[in-house]
Design a protein around this ligand. Structure first.
Ligand SMILES: Nc1ncnc2c1ncn2[C@@H]1O[C@H](COP(=O)(O)OP(=O)(O)O)[C@@H](O)[C@H]1O
Ligand SMILES: [Mg+2]
Length: 333
């Protein structure tokens, strides 16, 4: 298990700054996610940690030792990719054995290590199958087993679930969380999917355009975003400027500030008298109902439990909007 520290790391491609002054401190055994939209620099950061790419400035430390200029094979870091990167013509056994053979592991030792890692990922019964005969989720577990078996100090995950369909993604996500807890290896997980990051991680860093916007627990970044980007990206929060927040909610934000409200923190109330707000869209998903409400030129997203009284509005109905709580998030932008 390792502690990973990244200090003042910057990376340019041509004239373009892809990562700007990144500082992160990831604890031993921690499951840490880096979440941000496509193109924000997540893969580049992982490749730099792995040694597949070098930064223009800044340093990387593992357990206090500067590894910035070490080649990848000297770093004891494993990577699980989105596309599994398995050898299709080989069995499960040979895929997992590959890295151990490079490490020149003794034959007997190799077999016992492979058997025990297959037990961890619940694939013992598939040891001699060809990897192409496995399902997507099973292939993903083989690629994880292949990394764990080399006993890395750190595992990097680059969007490992994005090729799986919805149900399998949730299943594999839960499995991955359990495995990481059991094995206890420090993990850095990259994804554009904020739900995945919140569900899996001890802490997350929110990245936008190569700049870390906020680092904190899932609870921190969801309930206490530091700026409009984090509020919108992590919580799909509605953002109201000074004028709108006063008109709609009677909240004074202060000059040039914003009121951020999560979709579940706004209550629609029937109002056929003033007719200020109107429901323009209703999306029923079973468990919840999502409304779009047009009010004073704002398009507001609201989420209600479909079984609740507020979950019964129809398209075109008139509403006013109320706050669920007095605990408000006011942001500078
Ligand atoms: N080898 C490269 N040469 C030039 N530009 C690159 C290279 N790799 C990535 N980029 C650019 O760097 C930015 C970040 O890419 P990437 O790290 O892949 O983002 P993400 O993984 O968050 O989608 C993108 O604008 C991408 O086009
Ligand atoms: Mg990427």
């Amino acid at each position: 298990m390792a502690n990973l520290r990244i200090e003042n790391l910057t990376k340019n491609f041509d004239e373009h700054t892809v990562l700007s002054d990144i500082n992160l401190n990831i604890g031993q055994g921690e499951f840490f996610s880096i979440v941000g939209p496509s193109g924000c620099g997540k893969t580049t950061l992982l490749r730099i940690i792995a040694g597949l790419e070098f930064p223009d400035s800044g340093n990387i430390f593992i357990n206090g030792k500067d590894i910035t200029s070490l080649p990848p094979q000297k770093r004891r870091i494993g990577i699980v990719f989105q596309n599994y990167a398995l050898f299709p013509n080989m069995s499960v056994f040979d895929n997992i054995a590959y890295g151990l053979r490079i490490q020149k592991t003794e034959k007997q030792d190799l077999e016992s290590k492979i058997k025990s890692v297959l037990e961890i990922v619940s694939l013992s019964h598939k040891i001699h199958n060809s990897v192409t005969s496995l399902s997507g989720g099973e292939q993903q577990r083989v690629s994880l087993a292949r990394v764990i078996v080399t006993e890395p100090e750190l595992i990097l995950f680059d969007e490992p679930l994005s090729n799986l369909d919805y149900t399998l993604r949730i299943e594999t996500r839960n499995e991955l969380k359990r495995l990481q807890r059991d094995v206890g290896i420090t993990s850095v997980y990259v994804t554009h999917d904020q739900t995945e990051a919140l569900a899996l991680s001890d802490r997350v860093a929110v990245l936008n355009k190569g700049v870390v916007q906020q680092t904190g627990t899932p609870d921190d970044v969801y309930y206490h975003p530091v700026n409009n980007f984090v509020a919108g990206f992590i919580g799909h929060a509605n953002l109201f400027d000074e004028k709108s927040s006063e008109k709609i909610f009677n909240v004074k934000t202060g000059k040039n500030k914003f009121l951020a409200l999560l979709p579940e923190d706004i209550i629609p109330v029937k109002d056929d008298v003033n007719k200020t707000g109107q429901i323009t869209e209703v999306q029923f998903t079973g468990f919840s109902v999502e409304y779009s409400v047009n009010i004073f030129d704002n398009n507001v997203k609201i989420l209600c439990l479909s079984s609740s009284d507020t979950g019964k509005f129809k398209d075109g109905e008139y509403v006013t909007l109320k706050l669920k709580s007095d605990n408000l998030t006011i942001l500078d932008g």
